[in-house]
Write a protein that binds this ligand. Sequence first.
Ligand SMILES: [Zn+2]
Length: 166
Amino acid sequence: MPRRIPRDEAVRRIALLHRESQGCLLCAVIDGRVPAARRLVTTTHADAVLTRFPREWGHVLVVARRHVTSFADTTSDEWSAVSELARQAAIAVERVLRPARCYVASLGTTNDDVVTSYPHLHLHVLPVLRADDRPSAMFSWEPGVLEAEEPEWDGLARALADGWPT
Ligand SMILES: [Zn+2]
C-alpha cells in the first residue's frame, strides 16, 4: 500500500527535482527530463500524468504541453485540451477509485520560490475519499504526500488506463 511521507521530506525531494529540472519542473516533466510517476495520456496540447507527490492515491495532474503561466497566454485550443483531459481523468478516477467526489482545480503561484507550486498551467484531479474533506485541507501538503513502490504505480496506471473513457 502507498505510504504517507511527511511534508518536510516531500519538500526536500521536490526541491532536488526542481534543481534537476534547471528551470520549470513541469516543462521538465513534459519533455521527460524529470519523469512523472507515470505518464497516462499525451495529446497535442496537454498530458495527463501521475504526480510523484500525490495528496491522495489517484491524484492526476493535467499539464499544458507549452509553458504558459496565465490564462491570458492560453489559447482556446490549449484550455479546451487541458479541460477535456481533466474531465477524462476524473471519469477514470471515479470508475477506478470510487471516491466520494473528485476535485478539479487550477492552483499554482506566480511566486517562483514556492517550491511546492508551479506557475506552468496545470489542473489537479484529486479524488476525495472522505465526504467531509474540505478543499483547504486537500490542497495542502501539511498532512504529507504519498509514496509508492513501482508495482503499485504500474497497477494504478493500468487501472486508470482501463477506466479511461474512449
Ligand atoms: Zn513550464
